[in-house]
Design a protein around this ligand. Structure first.
Ligand SMILES: C[S@@+](CC[C@H](N)C(=O)[O-])C[C@H]1O[C@@H](n2cnc3c(N)ncnc32)[C@H](O)[C@@H]1O
Length: 264
């Protein structure tokens, strides 16, 4: 499996408890396993007893996901609930909590917001490194009662390419989600200071590969009600298709493509 386009990655395991898990991850993804950090690798997935984090040697910074503390928990309590642009874009209203397929899970921030608003979710992430960070965040959060409610409602992570996932679901006649959500990597900006550190680390991991136009076409074939694409406010739509409507916030635009069902 191609894990990254342009970066050397290694796994560093500091924990006896996680050694077997780290070994299996390395075998599956053909990555070297180290006992301590090394200057030879740009990105290093660090396995501690509890936490798994991704360390970027160039930025001297790490990312990990935490559903219980920090930014995500703050947004859950003070983020504006159903009044947020993302909630409106999904069609969340009193008594309506659509089933969402998040095709670009990333650090699962948007998925977590939607889950806290009551949406059942399937998260698709093609990078095994990022999927590993999400799995670890779920493992740590699952001790909390509030997060158990989210898990019961539906918060499943699948490590694969969303195009393959959708094609397989279509071919096997599986029920469609109400909404398919796409949040591609943002177009590169000249001033890298404008890109947050966690997104810079994602860019180092993923390079510039982009298949969003193909993903939009597949999503339109499969979604029950709508496809929502997140864009920076300054960016063009992801393909020549014009969205049916847009919901805007200060820095972000949600392009909404409504599914028109043929009369039977
Ligand atoms: C901008 S990030 C998403 C951020 C996410 N919405 C959040 O709130 O944290 C984009 C992510 O989508 C993933 N991705 C891009 N194309 C994909 C595809 N075709 N299938 C699955 N994952 C994909 C990338 O690996 C990356 O982690």
């Amino acid at each position: 499996m191609i894990i990254s386009d342009n970066t050397f990655i290694a796994v560093v395991c500091f924990s006896k408890l996680r050694l077997q898990q780290a070994k299996e991850f390395c075998v599956t993804n053909e990555l070297p396993l180290l006992k301590s950090k090394s200057d030879r690798y740009d990105l290093q997935l660090l396995f501690h007893d509890d936490l798994i984090e991704l360390f970027d040697r160039q930025l001297q910074a790490s990312i990990a996901i935490d559903f219980l503390r920090g930014k995500l928990a703050h947004r859950q309590h003070f983020g504006g609930g159903r009044g947020q642009a993302i909630a409106k874009a999904m069609g969340i209203k009193s008594g309506i909590t659509p089933r969402v397929l998040d095709t670009t899970a990333g650090l699962a921030a948007d998925a977590f917001v939607l889950a806290t608003l009551g949406c059942p979710l399937t998260l698709i992430e093609r990078s095994p490194v990022i999927a590993c960070l999400i799995d670890n965040a779920i493992e740590r959060a699952s001790l909390s009662e509030n997060f158990q409610t989210i898990l019961k409602q539906g918060f499943e992570v699948i490590n694969c390419d969303a195009n393959d996932y959708i094609r397989h679901r279509l071919a096997t006649g599986k029920p469609a989600p109400d909404v398919i959500y796409i949040d591609p990597m943002y177009p590169e900006r000249k001033k890298s200071a404008l890109v947050k550190k966690d997104m810079q680390i994602l860019q180092h991991l993923h390079g510039k590969a982009d298949n969003t136009a193909e993903l939009l076409e597949n999503a339109l074939l499969y979604a029950g009600k709508r496809v929502v694409v997140k864009r920076p406010i300054y960016a063009e739509a992801v393909s020549s298709r014009t969205p049916d409507t847009c919901i805007k916030s200060k820095k972000t635009r949600y392009d909404i493509y409504t599914i028109k069902k043929m009369a039977e």
